[in-house]
Design a protein around this ligand. Structure first.
Ligand SMILES: [Zn+2]
Length: 92
């Protein structure tokens, strides 16, 4: 949805006309593709849920890292936690 509205408004704010950065629709697109792959390829519902929980956290940490060069460790850690649980769960 945010991707469609960005395209519909041609990358500008509907109210004040300010340009909206491409990073927003690109991040939405990346999240949509990654979420679709996780949902489609996960061998179990538990694994899919854990990875879908981690996705927005890790994606946000990645965008922050790319834009600022800094790692938001609390955010990255919060994203890595469900990944760690998924790895352990898939080993059991
Ligand atoms: Zn505006």
């Amino acid at each position: 949805m945010p991707l469609l509205s960005w395209l519909a408004s041609r990358g500008h704010c509907r109210h004040c006309g300010t340009r909206v950065s491409k990073r927003y629709p690109l991040t939405e697109l990346a999240a949509g593709i990654a979420g679709g792959l996780i949902a489609g390829l996960s061998p179990s519902l538990l694994l899919a849920c854990l990875l879908l929980l981690a996705l927005p956290l890790l994606l946000t940490a990645l965008v922050i890292r790319i834009e600022s060069g800094k790692t938001d460790w609390p955010l990255a850690g919060a994203g890595l936690l469900p990944v760690a649980v998924a790895i352990v769960a898939s080993l059991i």
